[in-house]
Design a protein around this ligand. Sequence first.
Ligand code: PLP
Length: 439
Amino acid sequence: NSPAWNFQRVDRNQGLGAPDLRGLAQRKPGMTMDYEAALDASLQRLHDEGRYRTFIDIERRKGAYPNAVWRKPDGSEADITVWCGNDYLGMGQHPEVLAAMHEALDATGAGSGGTRNISGTTVYHNRLEAELADLHGKEAALVFTSAYIANDATLSTLPKLFPGLIIYSDALNHASMIEGVRRNGGAKRVFRHNDVAHLRELIAADDPAAPKLIAFESIYSMDGDFGPIKAICDLAEEVGALTYIDEVHAVGMYGARGAGVAERDGQMHRIDIINGTLAKAYGVMGGYIAASAKMVDAVRSYAPGFIFTTSLPPAIAAGAAASVRHLKTDGTLRESQQLHARILKMRLKGLGLPIIDHGSHIVPLHVGNPVHCKMLSDMLLETFGIYVQPINFPTVPRGTERLRFTPSPVHGPARIEVLVNAMDNLWAQCALNRAEGAA
Ligand code: PLP
């Protein structure tokens, strides 16, 4: 007879009326458009092109990652190995991260209770920002609810701060940067991917007096190739442009303290705004920029995507700070991740499989057809308990569909062996091409 028990017995439809399951046309007789037919057509298009996305329902097991349980649509379950997560270092289950989150949760409760301006700034947010500023050797950092929002909010705000700003954006920049640049109402130029000569040409065609910013990534996550950081910084200095780098796939992963590729290459001090995520190598959630105190103050004050949204829960901020702190001094996870990535690439290449290898930690396997890509992914999951999501358009250009493997320190030799044998088997079954002379 507890109140909770009574509550559960309440008929949810009472007082609200039974759900109205009639079609839209009956409910809205004044309709001029057949909304449902339009939705059907949009969804059918994706099915026809073989790129309708199905989410795999998985439950990760703390301490056992990359093992997880797959809950199948028919209600049954299977044990699987996750081979496509972005928890690159397994920090999502690291004891220090979990302890920090538990402590903050117990101390402060669930949510932050407000935007950063209205009661949502806590000691945990401040500590995290101090940790990030220190990581990147910048005066300040600003935390957002994701790196997507950090990119979008910052890039869409910069023209308000620098009237007449022209943004030069790499052709393969992430959707969040494209969105930010597109929405900002300022001038934009798109330079061919990693083509500094083209970037120079575009800059030369513009007014030398106009304020400029070059936006690019340190690692392009779908091919795993590196951005030409030094060459871009050299050019930016020459023409007086600001630099903006997305290190989302590199923070925690490269550099002596895990600050990214710019740290590894000794270029970090030359970048004006660094963007990173707390959701991939750091294993938690959230995004940020790190920059000068004045730049951060201005973005903090003008970016709607920062101002008008609830701040991260304190427990998330505490876990992220613990993760960043840990990876500043512990390089062993990075090294082991890199080793496993190298071994996996070598093994798959040895079978003649078309691995795209730019020397980074990401292992993309080119399939080149959305239907084959989905089929391989389905077979891996159903037959071998290996989960790797197919990557299709618009995440990658059509015709370059791929499987993208993300080894981690916990994807050791035994798991690599299982994956390599499965791929060998499936490649043969599907009669896909191999490189000449392969085993
Ligand atoms: N930038 C790049 C290059 C990304 O690949 C992603 C996410 O996959 C993001 C930004 C967004 O990061 P977050 O997941 O923190 O929103």
